[in-house]
Ligand binder design. Structure first.
Ligand SMILES: NC(=O)c1ccc[n+]([C@@H]2O[C@H](COP(=O)([O-])OP(=O)(O)OC[C@H]3O[C@@H](n4cnc5c(N)ncnc54)[C@H](O)[C@@H]3O)[C@@H](O)[C@H]2O)c1
Length: 372
């Protein structure tokens, strides 16, 4: 396919990231189809028209169903709140479009299964917005593990923290509604699980705990509303490899802005990475003179593909939106039938099962096996 028409549903935080990624992907990678920004949809026609003018889309409107059936559209980006993902992604697949859907996949296992089944029935490509697996340094961690540099992995820790809900005065929004999901588990937890499943192995058994720092939050229009899900979670995990680990999640961790701190420990060393400083990683290898052993810092450089597609200078660093450009390129490779580093709806369902088990464990107070 030499041309690909894009439909974008939702133009908030992630919608803009998708629009920028589609705009830049051809220039950055120099291959794949020419991208046509065909149709954009928002909650009102006015907002849609404003965003279409800003982002450069040819058509706009308030009817996302018209977007998914538009013959000018070949791939649909779903960047709306979580509770709309299933309905929109399934409708797009049924209309014969490829889908790039933001995480979490859905707000229930039933919906996630229906999405997976819709992809299988359509023969189209559908991938999820797991941008952190696209980081050049995360790919380098995969290469370090594959080379056996730190030996077989026996345990890990991941902390994902931000502070956008740390303030008790932060207004009630859709992320605090039960309809959007469990809270920190599916808002944040899906990202660490995407990294664990990509780098280390499948989570097979979990013990989870959830809590909320504030029982209610103020409404923008006045008054307050009960918080319906949990901003904090902690989970013990066992992997199919026999390794064990801990995941800690918080949307209320003052001072943390975009922390995904990953520590992987093997028989002969360890790797440490933090998304807040994602242009570097720390590697410890237990060899040589113990007196001079220690972590060394590896800075992102052109040798860490696809960093070289953005800039030729080592140590200058990529940004968050560049991860979305890489993710978009992997989507296009998948559509073209080429090898691709993506989390499709099958792998996405595996993440949803892990998150479901974590919540089930938190509710029942028991260890839970993760369904396959
Ligand atoms: N991959 C990541 O790192 C990442 C980061 C943040 C959010 N997300 C995910 O992206 C999704 C969107 O989150 P966000 O932060 O961009 O939210 P947001 O509130 O900034 O944007 C959502 C947009 O969808 C629009 N919308 C809602 N209903 C619609 C409808 N029926 N038709 C068309 N537009 C509609 C809203 O008006 C809004 O502009 C969520 O699923 C979230 O979990 C992913």
């Amino acid at each position: 396919m030499s041309e690909l028409g894009v439909g974008l549903i939702g133009t908030g935080y992630m919608g803009k990231c998708h629009a920028l990624a589609f705009t830049q992907v051809h220039a950055v990678f120099g291959d794949g189809p020419v991208i046509r920004l065909a149709h954009l949809s928002e909650v009102t026609a006015e907002l849609a028209a404003t965003r279409a003018a800003e982002f450069g889309f040819a058509r706009s409107g308030a009817d996302w169903r018209a977007l998914v059936t538009d013959p000018e559209v070949d791939v649909v980006s779903v960047t709306t709140p979580n509770q709309f993902h299933a309905e929109m992604a399934i409708a797009a697949l049924e209309a014969g479009k490829h889908v790039w859907c933001e995480k979490p996949m859905a707000t229930s296992i039933d919906d996630a299964v229906r999405m997976r089944d819709a992809v299988r029935a359509s023969g189209k490509v559908a991938v999820l917005g797991y941008n952190y697996i696209q980081s050049p340094m995360v790919r380098q961690i995969a290469a370090i593990l594959a080379a056996g540099t730190i030996g077989p992995v026996n345990h890990f820790r991941v902390e994902m923290d931000e502070d956008y809900m740390a303030d008790a005065a932060a207004p009630f929004g859709w992320k605090s509604e039960a309809a959007s999901g469990y809270g920190a588990l599916d808002d944040f937890g899906v990202h660490p699980v995407s990294l664990i499943h990509t780098l280390l192995g499948r989570i097979v058994r979990v013990a989870g705990h959830q809590s909320k720092p504030y029982a209610s939050r103020p409404l923008a229009a006045g008054g307050s509303r009960i918080v319906e899900n949990h901003d904090i979670a902690a989970v013990l995990c066992e992997l199919d490899t026999g390794a064990s680990g801990v995941i800690a999640l918080s949307r209320s961790a003052w001072g943390r802005k975009g922390r995904i701190a990953l520590q992987i420990f093997g028989e002969r060393g360890s790797v440490v990475f933090d998304q807040e400083r994602f242009n570097e990683l720390q590697l410890f290898v237990a060899d040589g003179d113990p007196a001079t052993q220690g972590f060394r810092t590896i800075l992102a450089a052109p040798v860490h593909e696809p960093y070289n597609r953005f800039i030729p200078s080592p140590g200058h660093g990529l940004g968050f939106n560049d991860l979305k450009v890489i993710e978009c390129h992997e989507l296009l490779r998948r559509i073209a039938g080429q090898p691709s580093r993506t989390i499709d709806f099958d792998a996405g369902l595996g993440i949803e099962y892990a998150i479901w088990a974590m919540h089930e464990s938190a509710v029942t107070g028991r260890w839970i096996d993760v369904p396959e």
